[in-house]
Write a new protein. Structure first.
Length: 295
């Protein structure tokens, strides 16, 4: 497990699932500590879902993933926890677009049906990715209004825990965020900034901005700290742990861009904007100046 002071690339995971090709077949190699490592049926579905992404042609209709009943049950259990947590902790903009997006909570929605709903609201679309990709490719895709999303779901034995971002993170966290035209434009700005990024140091700084805003951003609303980041909004545990985090001001860009973080732990440091409007204004300004210094 990485130490608390180890900076992680945003596309890394503590229990990596490595996707490889064997001839024409996609093979997902799970870490021995992964909850699904010894489940042959689960691993076969992971391979089939990875195959969808590897065979996918950009702009085409996304094929359905072969979810089974126990995986739909995981989705329902997650929402039994997340529903009340969102009512308590999610910012108003997220709640508004989650309601408009109206994803089913009794089954896992397919990527294509979710993408169509998002596209109608903000113009963004979802496209499948087989597994972990590098930060530059992931962030650059955002400039074209494309969010590269996983389709696999966590193992049913651990419904409230996953060692890697899965479809629950993508849809419960990012989908409603991307349905908002304002959030969608912020994601595009991140992508445009990535295209202007030349060095690895700049890329890590930009990845930090993405991590502490789009993934784990918070803001003040009606006197309370509310979540707008997808990493927070897709995790009941992260939402409950927000009150224990050290809160820093979002405008402290130098601290944000160099703050170390560990993807395997609840986030001990969160960056807070004074309001939703201030978050949009400050983040847009920072990204449009990129890679120049904040001040």
């Amino acid at each position: 497990m990485p130490s608390d002071d180890q900076r992680q690339d945003i596309s890394e995971s503590a229990a990596n699932a490595i996707v490889t090709r064997e001839g024409d077949r996609a093979v997902v190699r799970l870490d021995p500590d992964h909850p699904g490592f010894r489940d042959g049926a689960y691993r076969a579905r992971r391979n089939a879902i990875a195959q969808i992404a590897l065979d996918y042609e950009r702009g085409a209709v996304v094929p359905d993933a072969p979810y089974v009943a126990e995986e739909h049950a995981v989705w329902r259990e997650i929402w039994r926890e997340l529903g009340p947590a969102h009512a308590k902790h999610a910012c108003a903009e997220y709640r508004k677009y989650a309601s408009l997006l109206d994803l089913p909570r009794d089954r896992i929605p397919q990527l294509e049906e979710t993408s169509r709903r998002i596209r109608a609201l903000s113009g963004f679309r979802l496209e499948p990715v087989a597994g972990l990709i590098n930060s530059r490719d992931f962030l650059a895709a955002l400039s074209n209004g494309v969010f590269l999303a996983t389709q696999y779901i966590r193992h049913h034995s651990t419904p409230l825990y996953t060692p890697e971002p899965d479809v629950c993170h993508e849809l419960a966290g990012h989908a409603a965020q991307l349905a908002s035209p304002l959030f969608a434009e912020l994601n595009r700005e991140v992508g445009r900034a990535a295209l202007r990024t030349d060095t690895d140091e700049q890329l890590q700084r930009l990845a930090n901005i993405y991590w502490f805003t789009i993934e784990f951003g918070v803001l003040r609303e009606e006197g309370q700290v509310k979540a707008y980041g997808a990493g927070l909004l897709s995790s009941f545990g992260e939402l409950e742990a927000m009150s224990d985090a050290r809160i820093e001001e979002m405008a402290n860009w130098e601290l944000m861009e160099t703050q170390l973080y560990d993807v395997t732990q609840y986030q001990p440091v969160l960056f807070c904007a004074p309001s939703f409007e201030a978050m949009v204004e400050q983040l847009t300004r920072r990204l449009q100046r990129w890679p120049n210094a904040a001040n």
